[in-house]
Design a protein. Sequence first.
Length: 587
Amino acid sequence: MNQKMALADILVASAVITTEQRDKAIKTAAQAKCLFGEAVVKLGYANEEAIAVALSKQMGIPYASRENKILKVEKGQSLEKVVTEAYAREHLVLPLFLDENVLAVAMAEPDNVLLQDNLRVMCRVEIQPFVATKSQILKAIDEFYQSGTSLIEKTVDESDRAAAAGINTDEVQEIDTSENRLDLDQAISGAKDAAVVSLVNAVLKQAVAERASDIHLESYDERVMLRFRIDGVLYERMAPPKKTFLAVVSRVKILAKMDIAERRLPQDGTFSVKLQNRPIDLRVSICPTVYGEKVVMRILDKGAVELNIDKIGFEPKQKEDFLTAAALPHGLIFLTGPTGSGKTTTLYSVLNTIKTIDMNFMTIEDPVEIKLEGLNQVQVRANIGLTFASALRSFLRQDPDVILVGEVRDQETAQTCLRAALTGHLVLSTLHTNDAMSTVVRLIDLGIEPFLLSSSLALCAAQRLVRVLCPNCKKPYKPSGPELEMCLKESLLGDAAPDPASVTFYQPRGCDKCARTGYIGRKACYEVYRIIPEMQEIIYKYGGDLARLREVAHRNGMWTLRASGWRKVLTGLTTAEEVLSVTTFEG
């Protein structure tokens, strides 16, 4: 944001745009999730050249253009072999000249540190960036590569195009992967090979394009397997050759700032990339297996996460109950569900809805996956003693109004959460239980006294994710008698149940828009139980009597995960198979 404002100030000071236009462009850039300079050009306030000149002033990087004669490639240096045409077009870069060990490169995004790093590794020289406009770079690429020796013919097949882009795995030296013969120089050299760099970049780009949440790369005796988790399901993709596996793993380790020599112990790390003009964070986990190291990269695409409480899957009454509890000045709110069920997204959506400038929000998480303005977010660091419990104790001296605890895992954290709720704070957290009401049993097991829990627990909820049918190709069908009977019985609609003759279910079919899976995205099914006085009395008198608690909840119009799922089936949002696969019936 500071860089955008600095660029905006330069444009205003240079009389390129007015202050009103600056404010409008900042708002447009935030809404369209694009760069500030792009927003200025789209709104017609300035041209590309003016933005490039301002970027040059902002970053202290020379400006190259056809007019000042700098955007012209020096002949006779074989620069078409240093940076291929395919790479230049994809990343909007152009090699200008090579002076000793420094390559001058015109770039449309000179602040893209990862791109500069990739060029440095691929070309084995230092990079001196120059600022240039996209349109002028493309024109210069047309002129240079048409006269160069590495012209890419438009009729080449896919393998030829991959080779031209630098993804030529035959050129990668095979590295000995035996336990006791790891050559570090060889591993580092392999990780910096242009083909390996391009291969890792291609995997990341494809995963983001396919909306993957995780990348799994694993080695077996005879082959390597690459899989993407899309909408909760793993799909296999074309994997790199076996002989490049160690080099690819080493490249990921270098990016994630891990120990490249350590292959016996698990490691964790993070790094960021910029794809499609938006930042992508990746959380990397490497675990040793009998056939080598397994790599899992969690993709944290902030641009793909919409923290809108109206769009995550709440039924109207569930949303009303959750926000009623979240509006309380103090109390405990617990959301339960398995790992990867979207609990963090739900809690952030709630906080994003209730946050105001006159309240202090504090969070302790492991890890911090989504960074939000207006929240003071703290990352757990157990190795230095910063745990959930210790951070919570510190929070109580920070004058908080609302506290988010990533997860309650032990007695100390549970009791600190309770103490915070009893002393006038609203505390939101997560637990691992099978359903919402089991929250009561779990907290009592962790040592919370029932009489304290009854007065502090405001709401408990559970959620599961179901895949959403592709609206472009979903196929209608009439459900069978038993399937329809189960739906109408377990949806708990009562008198509001539809006429069985009018009910239509849908099933996936598959098309180009959904990559032939039949599904696009996921929504949450919820059960939301607001703790009313009758339920408080049951907790106080009987502790974790789940049967009594559920009976009161259902009698007061609160329904189960299965009921929430069936309602989404009736509206054509998902399939019966999806609901039955993630929920159980509570009789």
